[in-house]
Design a protein around this ligand. Structure first.
Ligand code: FES
Length: 169
């Protein structure tokens, strides 16, 4: 008899361990997938949300555009309401869509509401101010320009993406 011969007891032990492990993996995989899958999915990159703003109606004067979309955060789905300040630049004809979130401490900025500083975005929390193109005015609290929404036009309506910090200033 060879030294390395497998005994009946060892054979049964190996077989049961192998089959047991295979069955356990078969049961655990769907559970792990169920638990992890929503986290991995996230929001589709580059997704745009529809608004009721007609692109043809945009002028040189910033208008407030409110829009709602569904956000899936892992297992939790909710309605998110967001706002943008949008105008069409007179010189370039390009659309500019600005986030209203102040870059100082996150209050909401408004257009042209401070009579002492007309035609600027004004943050009432600490008197932060921004130029019409969203650039922060030196000497006021905000340290950076307002974020920009990527956008596109579809069926004549404005679609907005996720606001991005500015890189050009
Ligand atoms: S939060 Fe806007 S100036 Fe402070």
């Amino acid at each position: 008899m060879s030294k390395h011969q497998v005994t009946r007891r060892q054979f049964l032990s190996y077989t049961l361990t192998g089959v047991g492990g295979f069955m356990a993996a078969g049961m655990l995989m769907p559970m792990v997938r169920f638990a992890v899958d929503p986290v991995l999915k996230g929001e589709a990159a580059g997704s745009y949300h529809p608004t009721t703003q007609k692109v043809a109606d945009l002028t040189d004067e910033p208008v407030r555009v409110d829009f709602t979309y569904k956000q899936k955060d892992a297992w939790y789905e909710s309605d998110v309401t967001a706002t943008a300040w949008v105008y069409k630049d007179k010189g370039t004809g390009k659309i500019v869509a600005l986030s209203p979130i102040c870059k100082h401490l996150g209050c909401t900025v408004n257009w042209n509401t401070n009579p002492d500083h007309p035609n600027q975005f004004f943050c009432p929390c600490h008197f932060g101010r921004y130029e019409k193109d969203g650039k922060n005015i030196p000497g006021t609290p905000p340290p950076q320009p307002l974020d920009l929404y990527p956008f596109k036009e579809k069926g004549g309506y404005l679609y907005l993406g996720k606001p991005q910090p500015r890189t050009e200033v």
